[in-house]
Design a protein around this ligand. Structure first.
Ligand SMILES: [Cu+2]
Length: 215
């Protein structure tokens, strides 16, 4: 029993050095996002353009429900797939003409959903050929290093430690190409800051789909 304190001390020293090692590996970038009026922007997604993912690929679900995609926006990593189960009682036909990934499900209702694997980073817009207003967006990034801004328009992103890091940003209501907003952020002593002023479209009021006939 006398040896226990010594053992504990050894564990503490080991865990402290492990923490030191991991802080040497990572840097934190504080990102601040405002709109054209200077108001904080919530739910902007900030991501690193450097690095790759070594984790197992996942399948993320974007359902088609109540005549729309839910959620309307998902962020995935290169190698991941998105599944589009149809939870409506009508047929849907999910497709995309995006350069990053073109796909076409043909009409389906029940049974096996369309599953699309994404092998390139970028932005993919999906739609339904029957119901024009159905619009889903998939952002594919090279690694899992991405984070959403909070209500104050702030996000802290953990990135690989180095002299600088290249970051991208996206928001579902962003005007123009999101790739125009890529920036190189200098890192010093494991820290960096980035700020964006984005032009956003106005929030849309949700269209009622009740009392309509679909085919
Ligand atoms: Cu549809």
């Amino acid at each position: 029993m006398r040896q226990l304190p010594l053992f504990l001390a050894a564990v503490l020293v080991l865990s402290a050095s492990a923490a030191k090692k991991s802080s040497k590996k990572w840097a934190a970038v504080e990102a601040t996002v405002v709109d054209q009026k200077g108001n904080p922007v919530e739910d902007a997604i900030v991501f690193t353009l450097d690095g790759t993912s070594s984790r197992k690929a996942k399948t993320i679900v974007m359902v088609m429900k109540d005549m729309d995609f839910a959620p309307k926006f998902v962020a995935v990593t290169v190698g991941d797939s998105v599944s589009f189960p149809n939870r409506d009682t009508t047929h849907h036909h999910v497709y995309s003409f995006s350069k990053i990934k073109k796909f076409d499900s043909r009409l389906y209702k029940d049974g096996k959903p369309k599953v699309v694997k994404f092998n390139k980073a970028g932005l993919v817009k999906a739609g339904c050929k029957i119901h024009d207003w159905m619009k889903g967006t998939i952002l594919i990034t090279t690694s899992d290093r991405r984070v959403f801004t909070d209500a104050g328009g702030v996000a802290v992103l953990k990135v690989a430690r180095g002299k600088s890091v290249r970051l991208g940003i996206y928001h579902p209501r962003l005007r123009g190409k999101h790739t125009k907003h890529e920036v190189d952020v200098a890192l010093r002593k494991g820290k960096g800051t980035a700020s964006w002023k984005l032009k956003l479209k106005k929030k849309k009021k949700k269209k009622s789909t009740r009392n309509k006939v679909y085919y």
